[in-house]
Write a protein that binds this ligand. Structure first.
Ligand SMILES: Cc1ncc(COP(=O)(O)O)c(C=O)c1O
Length: 434
């Protein structure tokens, strides 16, 4: 998170300063009032244009006001389609379930029941935790260093960030944090380390109900788990009767180059959490995918008023028809990912003062800067130069690039050029100060 203070800007933000809670955060990083957005661009009240390398924190993989999705949504509303439906059966939901099964699950040989929890990521995580505990009869859940799973109490208990955890105000129980892949350097295999704890009756760590992980920790600093590590964790879960939950909320829906981020590892998690870009239009929606034999819920045992956001089902169904019926879109994302990689590698090489390391995969990449405060400064200058980009990592040390997946070459190049200019102007400013 970056915070920019300027008297001119604070004047602009007067209403928000006066009337909205202090808890707001993104408007401090991007202190302007936005009025309009299209594909990968946003405009503010002064008519200034911004390139979006943030994509609604991963909720806008298909861009702002995607025309294909918008057309379906407008038609649906104009025809008085159901808007609110709890978990009642509706045509919009039926269509989504059928399409999701045909276009996403079946071709990947994935047999899962679809649960609709409340329409946010943390709701999906809470439902996964509850179900894993119910099915196994165990309480403990193992998560990983630098994990982020959401802001409700169950999700916070399995998240690493101390600032966010402290906000809970109550003890966060029934979870143990273990080192993520590479957390202890190249020489320590943290999957073996974890297994040692589980096999040893003296370790103080009980057999958990589940292990929950992100294949790429987005908020946690763009930390990518290797395919080998993911396979090892899956194997150890199977061997020890532990459920494997993959939280694909931020890096699913194509972000890393495949629909599910774990596809290259060939693993089959027991439970999968999806949200953010599943509706495709920025409309709230979440899914929990459950292996059929684990679907032990009693009817109504995990309820919620806004589980049936039918306009979201309409746009979600259209994303499947428009982008996922063949592999064209996936290949485009992978190609754009390679382009981003090459550009970032070049930047890091040409600017050793960044002490930068390029991290990430597909269209979730970034530069980890080993200089305190530098990533924040780069993002803040980039914003002034018309690029919306966030930091990640426990100390906001990573410049995180997450453009909408539909961005064209011109948009991508323009955004990358603004990033480079921002690094150059920061360098100049520091030279003047020195
Ligand atoms: C991996 C992951 N899980 C869960 C969440 C929580 O989602 P939400 O903010 O919709 O509750 C997030 C949000 O950033 C996330 O990145």
């Amino acid at each position: 998170m970056i915070f920019i203070k300027s008297s001119k800007q604070s004047g602009k933000m007067k209403v928000f300063d006066k009337l909205e809670s202090r808890v707001r955060s993104y408007c401090r990083s991007f202190p302007t009032i936005f009025t309009k957005a299209k594909d990968y661009r946003l405009w503010d009240v002064d008519g200034k244009e911004y390139i979006d390398f943030f994509a609604g924190a991963g909720a806008l993989n298909y861009g702002h006001n995607n025309p294909k999705l918008k057309e379906k949504l407008i038609d649906y509303i104009a025809n008085d389609g159901i808007t609110h439906g709890l978990d009642m059966a509706t045509k919009a939901k039926e269509e989504f379930l059928k399409r999701f099964n045909e276009v996403i699950l079946k071709p990947r040989k994935m047999d899962y029941k679809v649960m609709f929890p409340g329409p946010t990521g943390t709701n999906s995580v809470e439902s996964a935790l509850k179900l894993a505990r119910k099915v196994t009869g165990r309480e403990l859940v193992i998560s990983f260093t630098n994990a982020f799973h959401g802001m409700t109490l169950g999700s916070l208990a399995i998240s690493g960030n101390m600032f966010k955890r402290d906000g809970a105000g109550v003890p966060l129980n029934n979870s143990v944090s273990m080192p993520f892949d590479n957390y202890m350097g190249d020489d320590v295999d943290t999957a073996e380390y974890l297994e040692r704890y589980l096999e040893d009756d003296g370790s103080g760590v009980a057999v958990p109900a589940a292990i929950i992980l992100e294949t790429l920790q987005a908020e946690g600093g763009i930390n990518v788990a290797s395919v080998e590590w993911l396979k090892k964790i899956e194997e150890l879960c199977k061997r020890r009767g532990i459920l494997l939950i993959v939280d694909d909320i931020q890096v699913g829906c194509g972000r890393t180059g495949t629909f599910f981020s774990f596809e290259p590892a060939g693993i089959k998690p027991d439970i999968i959490c999806l949200s953010k870009s599943i509706s495709g239009y920025g409309l709230p929606m979440a899914l929990t995918l459950i292996k059929p034999e684990l679907d032990k819920w009693e009817p109504g045992e995990h309820n919620g008023t806004f589980r049936g956001n039918n306009p979201a089902f309409i746009t979600a169904t259209e994303t499947l028809a428009s982008y996922w019926e063949d592999d064209t879109f996936e290949r485009q994302v992978q190609q754009k990912g390679e382009k981003i990689r090459a550009y970032l590698e070049k930047l890091v090489k040409e600017h050793p003062e960044l002490k930068g390391e390029v991290r990430g995969k597909g269209m979730m990449q970034g530069i980890a800067c080993d200089v305190e405060g530098l990533a924040k400064e780069i993002c803040s200058i980039a914003f002034k130069n018309g690029l919306i980009m966030e930091t990640a990592g426990p100390n906001s040390e990573v410049v995180k690039l997450m453009p909408p997946l539909i961005i064209d070459d011109a948009g991508l190049e323009k955004g990358l050029a603004i990033l480079e200019q921002s690094i150059l102007s920061l360098k100049k400013r520091k030279e003047v100060v020195a």
